[in-house]
Design a protein around this ligand. Structure first.
Ligand code: VGL
Ligand code: ZN
Length: 198
């Protein structure tokens, strides 16, 4: 059975949001049109405490885009985004949320970021996404959402590692593109690691 994964389709990643992805809103009609084709739809939600250490504001003297070490890993500093309970953390009102059967929240530990919907970045903790999909007999996942070069990429790579047939629906993704070419490199890396790009 296949499942559609909606990755972080939240106000803060959409135009006007704190960490807006260019043309991110173009994926909304794409995602909505796909929903009826899947028996199971799961959404991930970036869900940070206000003192999350990926926020530049938590590191005096540091700026957005600079790097620090978090949990022994390189961490890019982001503007404050997707704070638990904030409007920015909500799914877009233009997303048809009725079709979502399960929401998986991530990034809740202030000391470690979590781009993947399956694990934190250091792979110390697993979310319930993998076990939930297995419990529903899912063997194939299709991804749309934000952002191509972070949460979509790491979720897709972990899905492959966990043994799911993994398909990236390229009309339904947009990226941050901190550096020119990041999105293309992310798609190339996903493909080379076994993600089918459609
Ligand atoms: C994301 C940066 C920070 C994403 C989340 O959803 O791709 N990117 N937090
Ligand atoms: Zn985040």
């Amino acid at each position: 059975m296949k499942s559609l994964l909606l990755i972080d389709i939240q106000n803060d990643f959409l135009p006007g949001g704190a960490l807006a992805v260019q043309q991110g809103d173009e994926i909304l009609p794409v995602a909505n049109a796909l929903l009826s084709q899947y028996e199971l739809v799961v959404a991930t939600q970036d869900w940070h405490p206000a003192d999350h250490q990926s926020f530049a504001g938590q590191h005096p003297g540091m700026e957005v885009g600079q790097q620090v070490q978090l949990a022994g890993l390189d961490q890019i500093l982001w503007p404050e985004h997707c704070v638990q309970g904030s409007r920015g953390a909500e799914f877009s009102a233009q997303l048809n949320q009725e079709a979502i059967q399960r929401v998986i929240r991530k990034g809740t530990d202030p000391l470690i970021d979590s781009y993947s919907g399956f694990f934190d970045n250091a792979r110390r903790k697993e979310t319930e996404l993998g076990s939930y999909l297995r419990s529903q007999q899912v063997d194939e996942v299709h991804l749309v959402g934000l952002a191509t070069d972070y949460c979509v990429k790491f979720t897709a790579l972990d899905a492959v590692d966990l043994g799911f047939r993994t398909v990236l629906l390229s009309k339904g993704i947009r990226g941050v593109e901190l550096n020119l070419g990041d999105c293309q490199r992310a798609v190339d890396e996903m493909r080379s690691r076994g993600v089918e790009v459609r």
